[in-house]
Design a protein around this ligand. Structure first.
Ligand code: MN
Length: 196
């Protein structure tokens, strides 16, 4: 998104105040195609959907969270790239800081780039095109998901996130309601909040 990787991420945060990763951590170069979905109870509750693209996590804020129902379209606002190490972050962002609130690792795993398999488009090219198709192998979410860029609002890209029709689609599952706990700690967002 920006010329210097993570420039916007670093600019928005005061690392004296927040325990979020600085983005200067050593990168594990063996890790490829990781994804993470973080439930973020900030000024308004949303889910941050993040896909590894090279050394960063391309990110979208999804107010209603991902669905397993292929007829549901979920608004996904593109946000600044995050460091790969952010995928392990769970805890609190202090009051007054950017994104203040509680973060829970709702799902994670690896993904396959379906456009690469079909047409040789890598993730960078897919982002540029405004169409990303991935196959998730998460603990909660599996199967194909598509992200389509719809336009821009005040400079922020507006995308839609949708489950593809495949054998992992399930209109009745509603995992954001029925499976609220962290895949890292097994805690709910209320439990994480109470401990801080
Ligand atoms: Mn967020």
């Amino acid at each position: 998104m920006s010329v210097k990787p993570l420039e916007e991420y670093k600019k928005k945060r005061n690392f004296q105040q927040t325990s979020e990763p600085t983005g200067d951590e050593k990168i594990d170069g063996r890790k490829k195609n990781q994804f993470v979905i973080q439930k973020h109870d900030a000024s308004s509750l949303h889910y941050d959907f993040r896909l590894q693209v090279g050394d960063v996590l391309a990110s979208w804020a999804v107010p209603k969270g991902p669905s397993t129902d292929p007829t549901e379209k979920r608004l996904a606002m593109r946000t600044e790239d995050h460091p790969l190490s952010y995928g392990n972050f769970e805890g609190a962002i202090p009051e007054g800081e950017y994104g203040a609130g509680t973060v829970l690792i709702w799902d994670r795993g690896e993904f396959r780039n379906l456009r690469e398999e079909k047409e040789g488009k890598d993730m960078e090219a897919s982002l540029e095109d405004g169409k990303v198709e991935v196959w998730l192998e998460g603990e909660k979410l599996q199967g194909g998901y598509v992200l389509i860029r719809m336009g821009k609002d005040d400079g922020q890209e507006r995308w839609l996130l949708k489950k593809m029709k495949d054998d992992k689609a399930d209109a009745r599952r509603n995992p954001t309601s029925t499976e609220p706990k962290s895949v890292q700690s097994g805690k709910t967002i209320e439990e994480i909040e109470k401990e801080l």
